[in-house]
Every structure is written in structure tokens, then in C-alpha cells.
Design a protein around this ligand. Structure first.
Ligand code: PLP
Length: 400
């Protein structure tokens, strides 16, 4: 008989829960690591009696292990693993009906914006975009129809923070309850736990840090309330965007080293953010761990660490940005973030291309903006890579 581990036991530290929660040895074989249950269906003991599993769209043991582990890491009771981050977002939005209104932090991931504006508006769900770092703006945007406040913190790509506890208070003070959903993809539960700060729902793109190796697409929805969980579970089963068992296995494998990886991501990110801040070709650096970040104080209290994403504006606009992103050797030009390999991306033409120029530019997503997902290579090698490409953007001094 393998030892039992209660996923809700708070006495265990984060890394212990990442390795054990939901992952008891298999009772029938003793398999130490949760197996990949590559099956679509499960045999019943007799009519009306099964072993907890019947059809893999509804439940699969590899997925259950991942869900229990993620819930435990977020300090919550319930988790749902989804086919992608956007599938996770969709499941939460299924809670709404025509006529409902959502208050949204303005620099959300471009794909989330596209889902809200191009898909859900067709069903008469309405969205108001505000600067979620401004509590008055959040409060003023709420209408009698508001059912949900949707924020990312830190945001993608400008790493702005929202005060999760204060926004949760705003939502809870209303006579008709408004739910607060936080996309915790950037911070991860290692650095920030929104449910403990008063949020109702957390979503993740597990594609990013949670799996951590840039080899799966996945998502998750986490919550504490049983009724809310049942509703979300119903919607997921009804629409069917579930992850396969192999992807769940990879996510669960990745989660085991989340804390170790994040400490390295952050160490490298801090080194690079400081370097960029002192560089003459750099106009602005965005990183919550820099004292120059306008919400550095909030970052220090709300988060246990500052993450591995750094954004900066290179002098010289689109042409200079093009030179930088096309010329790095270690930083790979690619969308996504949160993997062990460093990536470089140009939000205006890549991740945030669905947002019209006239909307994105006033937000700060300008043509010279570059986003770095700092990996866990040697920090000095990453610095050298950036140093050499920034040198290429320097204007030649022409003789008079
Ligand atoms: N949320 C954030 C903050 C993201 O950055 C992304 C993707 O980049 C998503 C959600 C969507 O996740 P996925 O690509 O796994 O569907």
C-alpha cells in the first residue's frame, strides 16, 4: 500500500506538493510515477458501477493527477485541466449568458482579446477594457450587468500589475456577486496565489511555465467553490476541450521542477533587466523586479518573486526591433514563453497582432517593443547574445 498524501495539506511546502499532490503510487501496480492512461473508455464493474472513470472526455486518471496537483499548488480545492490556455478561458466565459458584461484588464494576451471581441461579442456578451492597475477605473467600469472581472497580473507583454486583493474586495462588496478571474500564467503559483488573495477563479496556460519545456499546449482552471467547480466541469464536458493523457503527463512532469526552474528564470531575468536598463540603445525596460517599475512595492507584497519575462523598447522603432529579433543566436524568435530555452518576440506583429494598432499603441505595445522569455541557460551567455545584437542597432556616427 503506497503512502497517502492529502492534496490540501498545507503543512507541506510548495515543492513537496508539486512532487506528491495527486500523485500517489498506482494502487494496482505500484508505479511510482503517474502512468499515461492512454485509453478513451473504461470498463464498468457492472451496470451503474465503475471505478470512478467511465469515458475519458469526462475523466482520465492522468488528468485527475494533474488537476489535483495544480489545485494544491494554487492553494485551492478544485482543478480542471483544459486542452489549451484559451480552452481554459472559454470554459470560464461559458458561465455567462447574453447581456452579461465583463470588465477586462486592458493589456490581456492578444488571443484572449480576440476570443472576447470576435467570438463572444457575437453572443451579446459585452466587454469594457480598463487599466486594471487603476482601482478607480475598475470600480467605474462595473455596471449592473457585470458578472466577471478578468485580469492578468503581471500582464502580457507590459508586466503591469493589478492589486488582486483590492479588486477582489471591489467585487465582493457588490450586492450581486461579481466573480474575479485571474490569469496567473506569468507569475505561476510559485510566485503568486490569487485565490489566497480573494480571487474566485485562476486560469493558466500550462503551455508556459507550468509544463516549462515548450513541448505541449495546455490550460487549467482552478477554484475553491464546489458549486462553481461543478458548473465549470459541466461546461468543459459539454464542449469537450480536454487535454490528452500524454500532455497531462508532460505537464505533471514539468510541474515537479517548477520552483527550481523559476528561481533560475528569475535570476537570469533580473540580470538582464538591470543590464538593459543601463543600455544607451534602450528606451524603457519593463520588469516588476526593478525598483523603477511603477508597482515595485505592490510586486514585493503580492508576489513572492518577479518572474522570467522582461520587455523593453529599443530605440529606433520597428527597424531596430527587427534587427534585434532577427539577429540573436541563443534567444529564438518565437511566440510563447515560460520554457527552459530563451525566446524573443515582437508583440506588435506576433502575439498582439490581433489588437489593432490604434488600440495597442496607446497601451505601450509600440513597434519598438521586444519581449524576452528568459530561459535557464547561463546568464552570462544570454547577456552576451543581447550585447552583440544591441550593438547592431547603434546609429553609425557620420563624418560632418
Ligand atoms: N494567457 C496568457 C497570459 C497567455 O500568454 C496565453 C498564450 O500565450 C494564453 C493565455 C493562451 O494560452 P494557450 O496558447 O495555451 O491557448
Amino acid at each position: 500500500m503506497s503512502k497517502q498524501f492529502s492534496t490540501t495539506e498545507k503543512e507541506y511546502g510548495f515543492t513537496t506538493r508539486a512532487i506528491h499532490a495527486g500523485q500517489e503510487a498506482c494502487p494496482s501496480t505500484g508505479s511510482l510515477i503517474t502512468p499515461i492512461y492512454q485509453t478513451s473508455t473504461f470498463v464498468l464493474d457492472e451496470l451503474g458501477k465503475n471505478k470512478g472513470y467511465q469515458y475519458a472526455r469526462s475523466h482520465n486518471p492522468t488528468r485527475t493527477a494533474l488537476e489535483e496537483c495544480l489545485a494544491s499548488l494554487e492553494g485551492a480545492r478544485y482543478g480542471l485541466a483544459a486542452a489549451s490556455g484559451l480552452a481554459a478561458v472559454s470554459i470560464v466565459l461559458d458561465l455567462l449568458k447574453a447581456g452579461d458584461h465583463v470588465v477586462v484588464g486592458e493589456d490581456v494576451y492578444g488571443g484572449v482579446y480576440r476570443l472576447f471581441e470576435r467570438v463572444l461579442r457575437k453572443f451579446n456578451i459585452n466587454f469594457t477594457y480598463i487599466d486594471a492597475s487603476n482601482l478607480e477605473a475598475v470600480e467605474n467600469a462595473i455596471t449592473p450587468e457585470t458578472k466577471l472581472v478578468w485580469i492578468e497580473s503581471p500582464t502580457n507583454p507590459l508586466l503591469k500589475l493589478a492589486d488582486i486583493r483590492a479588486i477582489a474586495n471591489i467585487c465582493q462588496r457588490r450586492r450581486t456577486p461579481i466573480r474575479l478571474c485571474v490569469d496567473n500564467t506569468f507569475a505561476t503559483p510559485y510566485f503568486q496565489r490569487p485565490i489566497e488573495l480573494g480571487a474566485d477563479i485562476v486560469v493558466h496556460s500550462t503551455t508556459k511555465y507550468l509544463s516549462g519545456h515548450s513541448d505541449i499546449i495546455g490550460g487549467a482552471v482552478i477554484c475553491n467553490d464546489e458549486e462553481l467547480y461543478s458548473e465549470l466541469k459541466f461546461f468543459q464536458n459539454a464542449s469537450g476541450a480536454v487535454p490528452g493523457p500524454f500532455d497531462c503527463f508532460l505537464a505533471l512532469r514539468g510541474v515537479k521542477t517548477l520552483a527550481l526552474r523559476l528561481r533560475e528564470h528569475e535570476r537570469n531575468a533580473t540580470l538582464i533587466a538591470k543590464y538593459l536598463e543601463s543600455h544607451l540603445q534602450v528606451e524603457k525596460v519593463y520588469y516588476p523586479g526593478l525598483p523603477s517599475h511603477p508597482q515595485f512595492d505592490l510586486a514585493k507584497t503580492q508576489m513572492a518573486g518577479f518572474g522570467g519575462v522582461v520587455a523593453f523598447v529599443v530605440k529606433g522603432g520597428l527597424e531596430a526591433a527587427r534587427t534585434v529579433v532577427n539577429s540573436t543566436s541563443l534567444f529564438q524568435l518565437a511566440e510563447s514563453l515560460g520554457g527552459v530555452k530563451s525566446l524573443i518576440c515582437h508583440p506588435a506583429t506576433m502575439t498582439h497582432a490581433p489588437i489593432p494598432k490604434e488600440v495597442r499603441e496607446p497601451l505601450g505595445i509600440v513597434d519598438g517593443l521586444i519581449r524576452l522569455s528568459i530561459g535557464i541557460e547561463e546568464g552570462k551567455d544570454l547577456l552576451k547574445d543581447l550585447e552583440s545584437v544591441l550593438a547592431l542597432t547603434q546609429q553609425p556616427i557620420t563624418a560632418q
